[in-house]
Each structure stands twice: as C-alpha cells, then as structure tokens.
Design a protein around this ligand. Sequence first.
Ligand code: SF4
Length: 333
Amino acid sequence: MKKNTQHIIDSFGRTHNYLRISLTEKCNLRCFYCMPLEGVTHREAEKFMTTEEVVGIAKEFVKRGVTKIRLTGGEPLVKKGADEIIRELGKLSVTLSLTTNGILVDRFIEVFKEAGITSINVSLDSLQEDRFNAISRRSHFQKIRDNIQLLLDEGFGVKINVVLIKGTNDDEIVDFVQWSVREKISVQFIEFMPFDGNSWNRDKTVSEAEIITTLEDRFGAKNLIKLEDAAHSTSRNFKIDGALGTFGIISTVTNPFCDTCNRIRLTADGKIKNCLFSNDEADLLNAYRNGDELSPIINVAMHNKKAGLGGLKQLDNETINQHENRSMITIGG
Ligand code: SF4
C-alpha cells in the first residue's frame, strides 16, 4: 500500500483533520431525539467494522493528516472490543476523545488513562431524574451522575452535552449553567437537529439568541463573559463571571459554522460521511476488506463535500421534509 501524506482538503479549501468514528449503532439508552421509536433495523455483525478494521481504517486517515479522533456511537462503550480500540487508537499520534452517555464509564477509567484520553463528553439532557428517564426511556440517571463525579475526581476534563428541545428541557438552561458556576465542567448546549425518525420541528429548536437572553435575564449581561473560541470550534463559549466552569452553544440550525468545518465521519458500517447532513456516502469498509487503497475514495468523497449543511440551504421544516438522512444513532452526531 503506497504511503500518502497528502492532507484531506475539500473543494472549498477546508483541511479535514478531525475524524469522528461511530463504533456502533447500539446503545443502552433510547433517547427520543436520537433513536427512532421503532429502533434501528437489525443488521448482521459482518456489516459493521470489527475492532481491527476500526483501527486499520483510522490509521489510513492518520496517514492523511488526521490529528484528532472522537469515538461516538450509539454508545461507543457498548461496542465489543471498545477497550482494545481505545488502547490501539491511543498509540496513534492523535488527540483521542469520546462522547458517551456515561453509564459504563467506571469500567473504562484505566483504559482512558492508558490511551491518554484527558477530556470526555458525557450526554445528560436533564438534571431532573424523572425527566431524564422520560427523554432516554431508561433509568440510569444516578449512575451517570456518579460517573460524571468519578471522572472529575479522576482529573478528566468533562463536557456535558445537553440537547435543548423547546417544551422538553429548555427550562433547565439556568440550572445547567449554575452547575458550571460551582463545578469545573463545560456545559455544551446543542441545538436540536433534524435526523431521520426524531420528529424534528424547527419550532422545537432553542436558538443561541434565546439561550443568551435567558442567561442575561438571570445573571445580568455584564456577568456573561464571551470566551475565545478555538479554531474549528463548533461551539461558541462563555462563562459566568467568577464561575469555575464554562458553557458553550452549538448552533448548527440557527447559526451554522460550516466555513471552518474540519470534520469527517466514519459510520459504524464503515461509510465515510463528508457532512452530518449529507446523504452522499462512500464505502470504505469493503474497500479495506478487499485490500484496496482508501485514499482515492476519501479524496472523491471529500471533494464532493458541499459548502455547508450537506448542500441544504437551511434547516427548516420544508427542506427537511424532503431530505433523506440517517437517524442520529447511526451517524454518531
Ligand atoms: S453541517 Fe456539515 S459542513 Fe456544516 S459544520 Fe456540520 S458537518 Fe461541517
């Protein structure tokens, strides 16, 4: 296989060095905005990347200049061999991180340390147990809270991912930010996004502007400090004056940030997805299994990447009703 160090640059000149790998379409939660009510179609195991294939394909991307890898799912930690994958990816010259629902975290603390993982995103959409159970259709609230505390006690950086949905949990914006005042965490408010089977409606999206207004009313505008955002950051970050932690807003729907996009997605069934909303995918898994070169496929897939939103002009009901995409659980966010 010929060595190829050429970076992955799309036709808009964006360099892609951040790979998000979905390890599995399985999960031990059933969040209604992610897992369609009818679940996901069961497919045979051989349709999905094995441990070796995840690591092998990731290595090909690292040869092409990928320097950051995030593991997602479904729930990445339910993947058989997740510990081995994390250890092996930890040996590559990348920043490795993970987005998890937190339920199994206590079993992986040593694996995370061995792999050099220092920061972890934990999804928690409510601070109210009953409401959390209603959103996730399971009852693991306390376990997740305990594991978040365990991660903090073990010295990991912790980001709390909160998908804000109008009429579901938007009355907890202040509570989450107050948590960031008293704890060294980073709360990430994520605008509710349209995916297959999640009954998305633009009216249910809580915009960045609404979040800021709510917080200004509670904390006073002068106490909301805008922080500098890292290059390619998907979130706009802030802190309350004097707080231990911070909060950020990921506004894909109302304020997309595609100009600086550096993200590539690899789905659990080994497809390269050049954008969260693009339904134009290319198969890397079968090419890898046939011993074919992956670079030509990666090049074409990334060359076809649209300027933004997978080629959609905006994310509104009319547009989305005509757009086919995967469910969130089969992309990994
Ligand atoms: S919508 Fe697509 S192009 Fe825009 S930031 Fe997300 S992945 Fe990148």
